[in-house]
Design a protein around this ligand. Structure first.
Ligand SMILES: Cc1ncc(COP(=O)(O)O)c(C=O)c1O
Length: 442
């Protein structure tokens, strides 16, 4: 519907803008904070209210928001060239690629780019199938999250009422170990073994045809922050080797220092064949892509080309971001600050019974809220309240609304967050949990 009269005041634009956005316009848009400014670990809304941002905006500002080095690099690039289609190289594309090669694990020396994690996952899937002609299966984990394109939604945790199923590819989901909720009272190592056994049986008996790839997040993020044990990763690597299957690690959330190591592959000491990256690399600019093993064939013309896929401004921002993550030793900071946060959360759990479990590593931190520690029943209402009361006290905690798993509170600030800001956020969390417990909300 077109507008009949042009809005005259900012407030009218705000109202018309809110009503016109197509994403979830009726449920919740009015409650969204309108952000106006960001610096480091802080954001300000359009009313000038300041918040500590412990979401890093979808865990993407690994380097604090609007870092001057990134802003300057982007501006300098803006003055030179802002767009080049994939038929051309740019100097900054080659510079970034050469720099990334120096830090990618093992033989992951081939690099491809796009602007969104979901498309990076699609690129990884395409490359796996390209390298396994005739294969017709892709195996994913049951609580996976790989994005919001049609393909990556299908590869993720079964989305309730997914309206796109009719046109979605079908993937095979296998169980994975869950340290907090192991099956049948098993310990995590026994569960890891069982899941590996079921994975291998699925490959040999559970699918028709052959398997191109197994794709997983090394630390599962949006599907419930599940820290997979190293034994499971070693076992999956071994199964892929034995069956000639490509191993894809989706590191979009764990890459560039979030776990306290540059990549989760370094953290676990495991080498995938393809690794996706996104979020933290761009310093706030959209950038994602894949690192692939030298052993794999690359794409031929026309197989993977996106008009804006090699956005020079995002590349320049990424060069500055990666330089800063290295020179500021942000992996070390993430590790140290993460240890401080998890120790304090474990301490907090002694007197806040809502806290069922504390998870890391690095600044990949969350707590799971439960109604009761024995039953581990998720305390979703309490989690909603933590978010709401946190906002009132000037801290944005990460919440998780994905697929009804709404009982996680995530603390994922930029990796250059200070101990003072972490301490403030933890004090607020403690206060907020105390008030929620006092109000008997679970
Ligand atoms: C592991 C993982 N893969 C893929 C994606 C999708 O990335 P994007 O939202 O940039 O498409 C996400 C986003 O949260 C993610 O966490």
């Amino acid at each position: 519907m077109s507008l009949t009269a042009a809005p005259t005041k900012d407030t009218e634009y705000t109202e018309i803008g809110k009503k016109s956005l197509i994403h979830d316009p009726r449920s919740g848009n009015d409650n969204k904070i309108t952000l106006a400014r960001a610096r480091g670990s802080r954001v300000w809304d359009d009313q000038g209210q300041e918040y500590l941002d412990f979401t890093s905006q979808a865990w993407s500002n690994n380097l604090g928001a609007n870092d001057p080095r990134v802003v300057e690099a982007a501006i300098a690039q803006l003055r030179e060239i802002t767009h080049a289609r994939p038929n051309f190289n740019t100097a900054v594309l080659l510079e970034l690629t050469a720099k990334l090669r120096e830090i990618t694990p093992g033989d992951l020396n081939r690099i491809g780019y796009c602007l969104h994690g979901s498309l990076a996952v699609e690129m990884a899937i395409k490359l796996a199938f390209k390298n396994k002609p005739g294969a017709n299966n892709l195996i994913v984990l049951q609580d996976a999250y790989h994005g919001r394109s049609i393909t990556t939604m299908a590869a993720s945790w079964p989305h309730p009422n997914n309206p796109f199923l009719a046109i979605s590819p079908r993937f095979t989901r296998v169980p994975h170990p869950d340290p907090y909720r192991p099956r049948l009272g098993m310990d995590i190592e026994a569960e890891s073994k069982l899941c590996l056994h079921l994975l291998e049986e699925t490959i040999t008996k559970g699918v028709d045809g052959s398997v191109a790839a197994i794709m997983l997040e090394p630390i599962m993020g949006n599907g419930g922050h599940i820290v997979l044990p190293v034994s499971f990763h070693k076992g999956v690597r071994d199964i892929c080797n034995r069956h000639g299957i490509v191993l894809i690690w989706d590191e979009i959330q764990s890459c560039f220092g979030r776990t306290g190591a540059m990549f989760a592959a370094d953290y676990y000491g495991i080498q995938p064949d393809i690794m996706t990256f996104g979020k933290g690399i761009g310093g706030g600019f959209p950038l994602a892509g894949i690192f692939a093993s030298d052993k794999l064939n690359g794409f031929d013309a026309g197989e993977d080309a996106l008009t804006f896929g090699q956005f020079p401004v995002a590349m320049a921002a990424a060069v500055a971001t990666v330089d800063a993550i290295i020179s500021d030793k942000l992996c070390d900071n993430a590790r140290r600050l993460g240890e401080y946060a998890t120790e304090r959360l474990l301490e907090m759990a002694k007197h806040r019974k809502l806290i069922g479990h504390v998870r890391g590593p690095g600044l990949f931190v969350s707590i799971e809220l439960v109604k009761d520690r024995a039953s581990k029943e998720p305390a979703c209402k309490a989690a909603e309240e933590v978010y709401r009361r946190g906002v009132q006290k000037g801290v944005l905690f990460g919440d998780s609304r994905y697929a009804g798993l709404g009982n996680l509170i995530k603390l994922k600030p930029p990796l250059d967050c200070t101990i003072a800001d972490m301490s403030t956020a933890l004090d607020v969390l403690d206060e907020v949990l105390a008030s929620i417990e006092a109000d008997n909300i679970a």
